[in-house]
Structure formats: C-alpha cells, structure tokens
Design a protein around this ligand. Sequence first.
Ligand code: FNR
Length: 385
Amino acid sequence: MMSLICELSDLRRLYHKRVPKMFQGYCESGSWTQQTLSLNTSDFKEILFRQRVARDLEPRSLKTTLVGQDAKMPLALAPVGLLGMQHADGEILAAQAAEEFGVPFTLSTMSICSIEAVAAKTQKPFWFQLYVQKDREFTKKLIDRAKAAGCSALVVTLDLQMIGRRHADHRNGMTAPPRLTLPNIIDIAKRPRWAMGMLNTKNREFGNIQGCATGVDDMNDLMKWTAGSFDTKLGWEDIQYFRDIWQGPLIIKGIMEADDARECVKLGADAIVVSNHGGRQLDGARSSISTLPEIVEAVGDQIEVWLDGGIRSGQDIIRAKALGAKGVMVGRPMVYGLGAMGKPGVSKMLEIFHQEAELTMAFIGHRDIHQVTRDDIVLRTPFPR
Ligand code: FNR
C-alpha cells in the first residue's frame, strides 16, 4: 500500500475512503463561495521555475532554522482544530510524526487531545497555538499550561475572532462526536478503522476546549460559543500583553497586510504567518501566496515571514521560498496523511514534500535551500496589489 503512494493526491484519495464525510467536509471546505480557498492553490500555478543545468549539486540540504530552532526543511505542521476527529489520537500521532521527521508540530487551542496528553507522548517540544478569549484568566492559564508542557513557541492566531461561515459544515450537520442519525451510521459503518480507533481511545474530550467544558457539540453551538468567548475587541495593545508574559518565540498568524505586519514587528514578535486561515475566514480575500511578496518587502528584513495556504507539494515550498518565505505551514496535507494512515501517513506526506522540494531545488540549480531566491522563478501574470 505505502509503495503506491507517490504524491499528496494518493493520500487524499485514501483519506476520502477512511474518514467520515462530515469531517472530510470540515477539513476541505472554505467559507462562503470558497473563492479564496481556490485562489490559495491556483495562484501557485502562476509561479514558474527557471531550469538551470551544469551545476555542482552535491551535497544537498533543505535544513534551516525556524524561530531559531533547527528544522529538516522549512515547514511546520499548522494548528488544525479537532484533529483528533480525523483519526483517533490525531494530535498525538501528528506530533510524533513531526518530531521523528524533524519539523515543528503546532497544537491548536481547539484540539481533541489536550496539551498534557500530547506532551506525555512526545519527547521534543511542540508549539502551541492560542485563540485569545475574553476570559483573560482562562487564556493566561492556557499559556501557563503550554509553558509547563515545555512548548517551544506560541502561535497567536488573529484571524478568527469570529468564525467564517462554512456552508459545508452546516449541510453536513457537523458534530463532534457525530450524531447517530441513520445517514451517519451508514457512513461510519463503511469506515470501520476510524470507528474502532475512536472507540478505543481515551482522548475523546468532545465539547471541551483543552479540558474545559464549553457545551459545544455542533457547528451552531461552536459559532454561538465563539461569539460569546472569543475577544472581538482585541487590539494590538492586548497582544503586547502576550508578548510580555511569553518569553519564548512568538509567532503571529493570520497577517495579510503590510501595515499589520509592521505592528507585529513593533510588538517584538519573532515571526508572522501570512495566512487567510486556509480560505476558511474572509472569502474574497487575496490568496496568501500572492500577498507574500509585498509583506516580505515591507518587513522581511526585520522578522521571519512565513506563509500558509495552498501548499500541496514540495514544489510549492520552493515557490514560497523563492517569493521570500522563511518557512511554510501546512494544514490540509497533514490532515490527508493522518486520516489516510495515522502517523505513517503524516510521515509519508513529509517525506514526499521533502523529496519533491529537494529535487526541484536541484533542477533550479541549487544544493542548499538558502540559495533559492526570487531569481529562480517567473510569474505568468503579476499578482494583484
Ligand atoms: C485550520 N486552521 C486553524 N488555524 C488555527 O490557527 N487554529 C485552528 O484551530 C485551526 N483549525 C483548522 C482546522 C482545519 C480543518 C483547517 C483546514 C485549518 C488553519 C490552518 O492553521 C492553516 O492556516 C491552513 O490550514 C493553511 O491552509 P492549507 O495548508 O490547509 O491550505
């Protein structure tokens, strides 16, 4: 089976067979018309490589540092909520695959496995992603728990103070755990591995956010709960507070404009992630890859600028690198690997991306990832700005 998996789409096909439809919908959908979701991937096709020949290509390396931490390639696993619904113990398995491979894993605030459960099953530090809530004591407690668990970076996501409306989740009646309606029972019966895994795991804290009861079980509840709990008055001065209480690397995620990027520099963040939340929030926004160059131009010499959204191969890592990204995060590719085969599936996705990136780097004439620059690509059409 493993030897037949050549590219991400092979893992995605298997993912569709093994994971219940409502969680597929939760993973793959974007907000409203899904225009931004689609631009995130299609804009990568606008970036063409310049092929070079007769270069010394030995030895080759994609190794880099991300916020000062060694990584085998310039990639981190993005925070993805409810990962433990895609596969039993999902957050633990993805974290283990990442640490074995040598790239960071980011645990979402909205995870099924708690910070402590992931820490207990991993050796190396992982990163923790924070959604800022009105209840500052609760928010601070989450940070304290991340510190106690040895998390080595804090990722503060700023583009989800309200939840974008994702029609697929409403149509699919997304709930965690799934409600036992006849269509759900039939769908789950076709996916016995998933069901057995869920029955056997102890990490099933549905409706809890990091072990704290929310009363949330479906998307309507989640929207109501978020509206009541997430801080919609959040300003830059509030974020300064997190900079002050978190001494380790601070990464701000969800930046799409140069002015906002400059604010992150001012408050002393270590990195920003140019991101539109994988097209799940503001539909009609530009793709993240098309926004990257102007943000790199504005702040790239003062802060690490990363990108997420639409990375579907190792070639896309090189494209993002050529446009100035220090690193990338991947969300759905991790989910496809995890849902398809658990931990070996995430490892396989990472191996495929590494091979594709290394080979592409060689074809454009480089043996070290730091040699990749804007001169290695051409744009078919200029990105809008
Ligand atoms: C996300 N994303 C996300 N981001 C975050 O900061 N906290 C979270 O809990 C989640 N949850 C989440 C769930 C699912 C199912 C998806 C697909 C995404 C956004 C994620 O971190 C990242 O920005 C995008 O996934 C990047 O786009 P790609 O790689 O999925 O195209």
